[in-house]
Design a protein around this ligand. Structure first.
Ligand SMILES: Cc1cc2nc3c(=O)[nH]c(=O)nc-3n(C[C@H](O)[C@H](O)[C@H](O)COP(=O)(O)OP(=O)(O)OC[C@H]3O[C@@H](n4cnc5c(N)ncnc54)[C@H](O)[C@@H]3O)c2cc1C
Length: 251
């Protein structure tokens, strides 16, 4: 992290750049992490709530480019430049140096909606595949009568249910302040997003050639699923968290 917030007068002056910032062009409120010191490791980072005025512009805040993405194009993903952005002292969340701790706590929570998003994408793809299989007739039967298709639908339905139940369990653990929230939240995000990728890919297969066209929504769900394996920490990072928490015994 290179963005810096330097104390000046009654507040802070922020300089730096950020990439992959969702909704940066329409947001009225932004959670910003910046370095407020050097040499203290994770305690160099502080968190700020920044009020923005997307209608009239915010001095020191510029959105320079919206990424051209594979999917999820309704949500703009932007690069921003912070050039002498002035913040009042009250913009800081917690105390100076608590930013990393707050970021990690935020991820425990924010991975749960991504897990739910994975379940939703997978459920949608499963329903499309099951409907199509019952309507499409080949060799004199609906393709749902073929065991090869039945087994795919059975596996997809089982995987979606497993991802859903783990997501509910992790969310309930989070709400109750359970001790292993970080591990369960990472597990739910990992399983749900990998399930979304697998089930959407299989849904495209069940639809055959039609699955490969934009006339049917299966291919879009497959592209949407890919993002859930990447954001809120890639699934490689989730595996690192789970392994460390599991073997370390902590939450
Ligand atoms: C649609 C979208 C929206 C986003 N919105 C936001 C946002 O609003 N705010 C925000 O801050 N960020 C946002 N992001 C950024 C997102 O969080 C990062 O892209 C993601 O965390 C991965 O970081 P990276 O792109 O730097 O990949 P890298 O860290 O460069 O990873 C590249 C590859 O290396 C692997 N890798 C990296 N380190 C390790 C390791 N230690 N062990 C094993 N493998 C490793 C990764 O898993 C990946 O496969 C968004 C991204 C996308 C795609």
């Amino acid at each position: 992290m290179k963005t810096k917030a330097v104390v000046e007068g009654e507040g802070y002056v922020v300089n730096g750049q950020k990439c992959f910032i969702s909704q940066a062009d329409v947001a009225h409120l932004m959670l910003l992490f910046a370095r407020t010191s050097e040499g203290k490791g994770t305690r160099d980072i502080s968190a700020f709530m920044v009020e923005l005025d997307p209608e009239n512009g915010t001095p020191g805040y510029q959105v320079v480019r919206a990424e051209r993405k594979m999917s999820m194009r309704a949500v703009h993903t932007c690069q921003i430049v912070l050039d002498d952005l002035r913040l009042p002292a009250s913009a800081i969340l917690g105390r100076e140096g608590q930013g990393f701790y707050l970021a990690m706590k935020t991820l425990d929570e924010s991975r749960l909606p991504v897990a739910a998003q994975g379940v939703g994408i997978a459920q949608g793809a499963l329903e499309i595949a099951a409907d199509y299989a019952q309507q499409r007739v080949q060799f004199g039967s609906p393709i749902s009568a073929f065991q090869g298709i039945q087994f795919m639908i059975a596996d997809m339905a089982t995987q979606v249910e497993a991802a859903r139940q783990l997501t509910y369990m992790a969310a309930s653990h989070y709400e109750q302040g359970g001790p292993r929230v970080t591990m369960y939240s990472a597990m739910a995000k990992l399983l749900s997003s990998d399930t979304a990728m697998k089930v959407t890919t299989d849904a495209v297969q069940v639809l055959g050639g039609c699955g490969f066209t934009q006339e049917f929504p299966a291919e879009r769900l497959m592209r949407d699923a890919k993002a859930t394996q990447i954001y809120e920490g890639t699934n490689q990072i989730q595996r690192i968290i789970i392994a460390r928490r599991y073997m370390g015994g902590g939450g």
